[in-house]
Every structure is written in C-alpha cells, then in structure tokens.
Design a protein around this ligand. Structure first.
Ligand code: ZN
Length: 271
C-alpha cells in the first residue's frame, strides 16, 4: 500500500517515458522487472512512469529475459536440478511461449551479434527469434535507463541500436570498445551496484554528439548494449548494431531494423 502510493506520487501528472512523451502515465514500469531478481529483490529507484499500453508489454518477454540471464551459465542449463523454483517457473513460461531459444552451446570466444565484446567463456548462441525478442525487451530497458540518467524523455527522433550479449564479464573490453567508438575524451561511468551481482550497468553520454551508450549485465551472464542516437544525427554509429528501434505515440517502442523481421515480434508458440 505504501509502495503503491509512492509509485503514484512518482508518476503523478507525468507522461509515459517509453512512447515519446505525449501520453499520460497510468502505470509504473519496473525496469529491470522483478522477475529478474532472486526473491524479487530488485533495485529501488528504477520505477518509471508509463502508459498502460507500454507497460503491458508481454510478460513472457520478461520471463524470457529473466530465464536467459538467470540461467545463462551452460553448467546451470545442463543441470536443471540446480534451478530454483523461480527459474523452473520461468522455464515453463518460456517453453509455453517461445520456440527453442538456443541455437548453439559450446566453448568459444564470446562476441556480441555484431562483433563487439570478446571474452573467453562458454558461448550460448540464441536463435534469431529469441535474440529478436530479447532485443525488443532490451530496447525498453534502454529507454528507461536513459531517462533515469538524463531526466528527460527520449524523443521520437531517437534511434536505439541494440546488441544482445549472451555471456559477458565486467572486464575492460567493452570500455575499450566504447572508448574507441566514441573517440577520445569520454569516460565510462560505473553505475552503482544496487543488488550486488544481479544487475550492473554502465551509462555514458556524449553531450557534443548527443549519443549515449548503455551496457547492462544481469547476473553476470548476459545482457545487452545499446547505442542511443538521440536526434538521429549519427546513423553511422548505429550501423554495426543488430537491431534498431524507435518509439511513437501510437506504437510505442517498435523495431525499425531489420525491417523484414518486424512482423514476428512476439507470440504464442504455434504447433
Ligand atoms: Zn507509453
């Protein structure tokens, strides 16, 4: 009850942060969602005003993200006996709603879909469909984290490029990659770690180019990275990302690239 009224105060009179700012919020969006955390111990302060349409987003997508990121270690996947009840529930939801989600499980050097991030570890390769679903989920997180840092709503002009990481470490490879990409003079900002190992992210914004970067890691298993071109003035920095999104009043966050995949964003499994 107390929390409910705190959430109401947080969003009162504010627009939804996920669809460009023209619709009034009616709900509280949790990004990241509760299901991603053991015992629902999610970080405080990551609640966002959202309209019903944007918040409703399919619950199975949250389950898919939580399942992959909480169970991403190959050993865990091969030994479901080690799963908690929560993970088993996630696994059931994923099985009911999605086609097979892993294309490959093996030892390998890890790269993101477009080649960023390299670390020696076990590789989990997602199917294109699962990676598409996760990218959509990640885009929503990216909009929320951007708002969290800038206190502004990402506009309808903004283009958000997403790459899914199915295994990544908190090493410096990413920081180096970002530094190379953004050029000299930009430093990584380490976010606080509100829930220990369960959630970690980095956010960096270049005020000159108005390009931002987010890397989010969940349970040290995986996550995403996002390049946010706030005014759509630097399409070249997005060229390497595997998925791209924009938002609008009527559609909310939606895929703009690759376009041919846009018809199959999410849906129940067909037999
Ligand atoms: Zn909305």
């Amino acid at each position: 009850m107390a929390r409910g009224s705190a959430h109401r105060r947080m969003r009162e009179g504010k627009p939804c942060i996920l669809c460009g700012g023209n619709r009034l919020s009616e709900d509280t969006e949790h990004a990241p969602p509760k299901s991603l955390f053991h015992d629902k111990q999610r970080p405080q302060g990551y609640e966002f005003p959202s309209c019903k349409r944007c918040n409703k987003g399919p619950a199975p997508l949250d389950a898919l993200a939580a399942f992959i990121f909480m169970s991403g270690r190959t050993e865990a996947l091969l030994k479901t006996a080690a799963f908690t009840e929560h993970q088993m529930n996630l696994a059931r939801t994923v099985a009911r709603n999605f086609r097979p989600i892993f294309a490959k499980v093996e030892n390998a050097d890890i790269k993101s879909e477009s080649g960023f991030i390299i670390a020696g570890a076990k590789l989990l390769e997602l199917t294109p469909e699962a990676s598409k679903h996760l990218a959509t989920w990640s885009a929503k997180q990216a909009y929320a984290y951007w708002y969290h840092h800038t206190k502004q709503i990402l506009s309808k002009d903004a283009v958000v490029g997403i790459d899914i990481l199915t295994k990544c470490n908190e090493d410096d490879d990413f920081a180096n990659e970002v530094a190379r990409l953004l050029g000299p003079g930009h430093s990584m900002v380490h976010a606080k770690k509100p829930v220990d190992d369960q959630f970690f992210y980095r956010f960096v914004r270049d005020e000159v180019t108005e390009v931002s970067f987010v890397q989010a890691v969940y349970h040290k298993n995986g996550g995403f990275f996002a390049i946010i071109d706030e005014k759509n003035h630097h399409p070249e920095v997005l060229e390497k990302t595997a998925h791209r999104f924009q938002t609008s009043d009527n559609k909310g966050i939606h895929r703009i690239f690759p376009k041919e995949r846009s018809a199959v964003l999410y849906g129940p499994r067909k037999s």
